[in-house]
Design a binder for this molecule. Structure first.
Ligand SMILES: Nc1ncnc2c1ncn2[C@@H]1O[C@H](COP(=O)(O)OP(=O)(O)OP(=O)(O)O)[C@@H](O)[C@H]1O
Ligand SMILES: O=P(O)(O)OC[C@H]1O[C@H](OP(=O)(O)OP(=O)(O)O)[C@H](O)[C@@H]1O
Ligand SMILES: O=C(O)c1cccnc1
Length: 493
């Protein structure tokens, strides 16, 4: 189920006000239908990491499929007043919005694909009024899900094949934060969520144990475990840390022994406080000595990829990881910082005029053109990405230029496998792409992260993956910068 169905309302107003005021401006100045190209990209990998995992495209597609203004939306816009108490949005403009039907071309990187800074995740080409209105909703969807999918991929990587469960709803940024995070975390590789609505809406597995309140509502801890086993004889995971963890484990074992007499097996125990390395090692010993080597140990308590890695190094005997707050809130970096920049504008004579936004730092100057990303593989391993502009013909052996240091160039061997990352998603407003099933997207993440050299996957000071601008594109960008700076200097003097 996608975002418009989740809310069952029109999402045309899911945008910032300034997009609508600019839209009225484009309409009034006769520019509404002039074609533009915008790219959505980010400048740094989140979490000081070496890679990013794309997510959110299915919701973005859904938003575009349902992009129309209802009478209710228009009535709301009509009700807005300017500072002279005049109607802010003119009737003629509201009529234009009433008749608006999405007609852009969209190319995007499929969900589950690994991507790097300055590469477009999405490119939109069409009437500037439409592209402008869509900036904010596209950013809110793709920024958040990409951020969480990346966090999840890191957590899953740290867990080295152990099962990871997403337990974050209660600490998420509101209901949609929880739902979108559950979807994105699944894309990143978690095995299941505790979020029942996410399970129902996205058809992803749900899993859970029980809370401290269950244990506290009985006189004795052991009684609480027995009662839970009565209700779920084949699906019980006991939370053992309400009073004293090692004592709790001993009681869980006693109940597990009784369960076995009745032909039932305890599934697992959960640790939720204390030294998780020590307690899991001691707990494993107690369970094994009592003849329960198959009982799994689940750990939760403010965990993230760094703690998982540390616990593994300490020899912790944890086989399932329950990760909440730090995953769904992307605790150590709560926003991706993706941007949406105009890169080309078609003139009245039909010619494209390439645009860029200047900045003091070269790396922050946006890239003009109608961009595509070509990825090069040596065998199975990704070795570099070249950003190029589609109207500039490039050949297979093109050289790329370092985005920050034009003296550095790189060419790829002729035998490198090549792949263009942006795929057609809409043509003239018609969807030409069907999103894969979420499991297939999760599988793509696994494959893509697996094709990254391990130096890009480490958490501390990862190696920087090579992304460059194709030579002709670099030259066009430099010429544009020089021309713009000259104009600025002329104005100053
Ligand atoms: N062996 C360990 N090495 C590193 N960090 C650990 C280890 N064991 C637990 N932690 C982490 O330390 C943090 C604090 O855990 P701890 O249970 O001591 O405090 P707490 O959560 O305040 O306890 P309580 O829930 O009893 O109040 C948690 O993020 C936990 O995951
Ligand atoms: O630590 P997180 O990664 O965010 O994982 C989710 C946390 O939520 C629960 O705690 P809470 O204290 O809310 O409820 P409880 O009484 O069931 O432990 C659970 O026990 C986890 O500790
Ligand atoms: O099922 C659990 O153990 C669970 C669910 C949500 C949050 N913390 C734990």
């Amino acid at each position: 189920m996608n975002i418009s169905q989740r809310y069952q309302l029109s999402l045309a107003l899911l945008t910032d006000m300034y997009q609508l005021t600019m839209a009225q401006g484009y309409w009034k100045k006769g520019m509404a239908e002039q074609e533009a190209v915008f790219h959505l990209y980010f400048r740094n990998n989140p979490f000081k990491g070496g890679y990013t995992v794309c997510a959110g495209l299915a919701d973005a597609i859904d938003l575009l499929l349902h992009f129309r203004f209802t009478e209710e939306d228009l009535a709301y816009l009509r009700s807005l007043k300017g500072s002279q108490n005049q109607q802010l949005f003119e009737e003629g403009f509201l009529d234009h919005l009433r008749q608006l039907s999405f007609s852009c071309d969209v190319d995007a990187v499929p969900e589950g694909t690994v991507i790097f800074p300055n590469e477009p995740l999405l490119r939109i080409k069409g009437p500037i009024l439409q592209c402008q209105l869509l900036e904010t909703p596209l950013l809110t969807i793709l920024n958040f899900q990409t951020l969480i999918a990346t966090k999840a991929a890191r957590v899953v990587d740290a867990a080295q094949g152990d099962n990871v469960l997403e337990f974050g709803m209660r600490r998420a940024q509101g209901p949609d934060g929880a739902l979108s995070a559950a979807r994105a975390a699944f894309i990143g590789g978690v095995g299941a969520t505790s979020n029942m609505l996410a399970g129902q809406l996205f058809n992803i597995p749900v899993k859970g144990t029980h809370a401290h309140s269950w244990v506290m509502s009985f006189d004795q801890e052991q009684e609480a475990f027995s009662a839970y086993a009565d209700v779920f004889p084949h699906d019980s995971v006991f939370l053992v840390d309400t009073y004293n963890t090692l004592e709790g484990i001993r009681k869980a074992i006693e109940v597990a022994q009784k369960m076995r007499e009745n032909g039932q097996e305890l599934k697992g125990i959960r640790l939720d406080s204390g030294d998780l390395a020590y307690l899991s090692i001691e707990g494993r010993k107690l369970l094994d000595e009592a003849g329960f080597p198959q009982v799994s140990i689940l750990a939760s308590n403010d965990l993230d990829e760094h703690l998982i890695q540390s616990l593994k190094l300490q020899g912790a005997r944890i086989d399932t990881w329950g990760i909440g707050t730090k995953l769904v809130t992307a605790y150590d970096q709560p926003a991706l910082g993706g941007v949406y920049k105009l890169a080309a504008f078609r003139q009245a004579d039909g010619e494209w005029e390439y645009k860029l936004k200047l900045s003091e730092q070269l790396i922050k100057v946006s890239t003009p053109g109608i961009l595509q990303v070509r990825r090069f593989y040596k065998g199975d391993v990704m070795v570099g990405d070249m950003i190029y502009s589609e109207p500039l013909q490039i050949n297979a052996s093109s050289t790329m230029v370092h985005p920050n240091d034009p003296t550095q160039r790189k060419s790829f061997a002729r035998d490198c496998v090549q792949e263009d990352l942006l795929v057609p998603v809409f043509r003239n407003g018609e969807a030409v792409y069907t999103s894969p099933d979420l499991r297939a997207i999760q599988q793509r993440t696994r494959e893509q992260v697996g094709r990254l050299h391990e130096t890009y996957r480490r958490f501390l000071n990862p190696h920087i993956y090579k992304v460059g601008l194709e030579e002709q594109l670099h030259e066009m960008k430099m010429n544009l910068i020089i021309a713009l700076r000259k104009t600025e200097q002329a104005k100053e003097s």
